[in-house]
Design a protein around this ligand. Sequence first.
Ligand SMILES: [Zn+2]
Length: 440
Amino acid sequence: MPSTREFQQTLGKVAGFTGTALHTGEKATLRLHPAPVDHGIKFRRKDLQDEPTIDAKIENLKTVERATTIGEGSVRVHTVEHVLAALWAMGVDNAIVEMDANEPPNGDGSAQAYVDLIRKAGVVTQEEPRKFFDARDTMHVESRTGALLVLLPDDKFRISCTQAGPNNRFTQFLSMEVTPAAFEREIAPARTFVYYEYVKPLMDKNLIKGGSLENAIVVRGEAVLSKEPLRFPDEFVRHKILDIIGDLALVGRRIRGHVVAVKPGHASNSDLARLVTREQARRSALAVSRPIPTGDGGLDTDQVMQILPHRFPFLMVDRIISFDTDTKCVGVKTVTINEPFFQGHFPGHPVMPGVMQIEAMAQVASILLFKLAKASSRIGYFMSADEVKFRKPVLPGDTIFIHAELIKSLGERLAKAKCHCVVNDAIVSEAELMFTFLDK
Ligand SMILES: [Zn+2]
């Protein structure tokens, strides 16, 4: 394993451009924004009410026909793979991709426009180390269409790809280590290509309104139709590698491993992303539980109960395991089958109620407020909850790590805390809580 620690990166500033979306044919504007550590890459639909965001995570994958679509609730973003590939390969871990349409502007069918944008915005290093997925054993996925992807252990991120068209026309092979420099030079300029026999029916149905020789290469028989000549003799396999990078970015961790791909497509790429994510979840579940410190680092149950007035069955924090400055802390709650709420929520199918998780967040945030207000004679009261999301069920046997951070003091009387609950290294719920101070 490499000994040097790699740190997360984001963009230096906001940068954007306007172009045509491939499937709708409409004008769309895309802006890349910097984002804090551990944020990952999220898409934001600026054209919709409340500007919803979608995490670029495999859990949010919706369809893989022709392009990769992700969504949450009823909100979708289509054709995310090229902008994701550019961000990921250029070393950007945290960013917001803001768009005023359901699809990014397409540029010329390659990732060049996005690389130019990232160059314009600049890439800056952040304080937290990167998270990796290290391939340990060989993993593979296969599809009925003949796609085969194998992930082998490697201390770099490499891709070796064989692409083949109908009747094995245009068979091409390329193997490379994916670095920002190699991506920019060898992969980013490679354009989307389509086989005429596949797109003809779509064009007839008017499904690719923005599609033209401006933004894709069309292959008809032995003929290659494109606005400008091929940029590489093996441009097709290079674009296949571009798509693999973009689809695997949905893992949300940097992969150290060698992807060997034969006739890959979005379906098999995302199958591999799902397999890797599942393996990561399995490893996290097996990981030795975190040591829970006592003494100066945190608060034990007695100390928690001296601060919080809550008692059984409403004390939702067992201990505070760490304070990070005066504005951040982490509490822990072990959820057992003996919790009274499991009896009715639900019989035979115990799931921790979401409101109890919010209560746990509020209690941990209250401890921060208590520290803050200790010198004064005021006490903080829970007033409202915003941006509440429940992402995964919490079950008996789970240990919840409750993170709270005071993000705003609004005047003398109000404070806001950003909180989230983590089980097995995955966020299970989050909320922004507002508190008001009253005199004791
Ligand atoms: Zn593509």
